[in-house]
Design a protein around this ligand. Structure first.
Ligand SMILES: [Mn+2]
Length: 227
């Protein structure tokens, strides 16, 4: 829980035995965001994990489609036209490989050979502007619309979940985080701490840093070490 919010709308799922990890950051206020992010981790918590990597991610994406429909129904039942939604970022692991799936601006990173790389690509207005060459990357962070996301579970009739695969080597570290971390702690610092500290110390240190810097948002993070 951050220092300026009354509710924690983030949720997470950790299924080491199934090789599945998820962070979701809900939005909508009045507990709606919490409902949305919790619904995501509950559904993904019950998908069968006995299949190959891509089949498992297919199931996860299908489950997110169901949650998307349910959240739209829920929003229609309520007064007003508020979206009940949530970002999602997930990582599934198989034989020497990972697959990342996401919608929104919660992020996945991989530390390999002491180099941190962002795996996911923010679905956000500023990222679209940067990609189109209309905004410099260094201007994105402090842009007034920095919090506007262009995709989320529950935000539109059709949910598009982006997916990317890559290699997972022994000793690699993967970081999943809500924007409560990545807006406050720059990538260079994430990289340095993931190299220098063990995963548990790094995780505690990240939370401390966010709190020291005013914790404008809730923060959720998972660090996975490939064994
Ligand atoms: Mn957030």
């Amino acid at each position: 829980m951050g220092l300026r919010r009354k509710l924690n709308e983030d949720s997470y799922l950790e299924r080491s035995e199934a090789g599945l990890f998820v962070v979701a950051d809900g939005m909508g206020g009045h507990e709606a965001g919490e409902v949305a992010s919790r619904m995501i981790v509950e559904r993904l918590g019950s998908i069968e994990a006995d299949s190959g990597l891509s089949a498992r991610v297919d199931r996860a994406v299908a489950a997110l489609g169901d949650v998307n429909a349910d959240l739209i129904d829920l929003a229609h039942q309520k007064e007003g036209k508020h979206t009940i939604g949530s970002t999602v970022v997930g990582l599934a692991f198989g034989q020497g490989a990972f697959e990342c799936f996401w919608a929104g601006d919660s992020r996945a990173y991989r530390l390999h050979d002491r180099k941190l790389t962002q795996i996911s690509r923010d679905h956000s207005l500023v990222n679209d502007l940067v990609s189109a060459g209309m905004l410099k990357p260094e201007e994105a962070e402090h842009h007034p619309d920095a919090n506007v996301i262009t995709r989320a579970v529950g935000a539109a009739e059709t949910l598009k979940v982006e997916r990317v695969m890559g290699e997972a080597h022994q000793g690699d570290l993967f970081l999943l985080a809500s924007d409560g971390l990545t807006r406050v702690v720059p990538d260079a610092e994430l990289e340095e701490d993931l190299i220098r500290k063990n995963p548990m110390q790094a995780a505690d240190g990240f939370i401390e840093k966010v709190l020291d810097r005013g914790a404008p948002d809730n923060v959720t993070l998972i660090i996975v070490r490939v064994g």
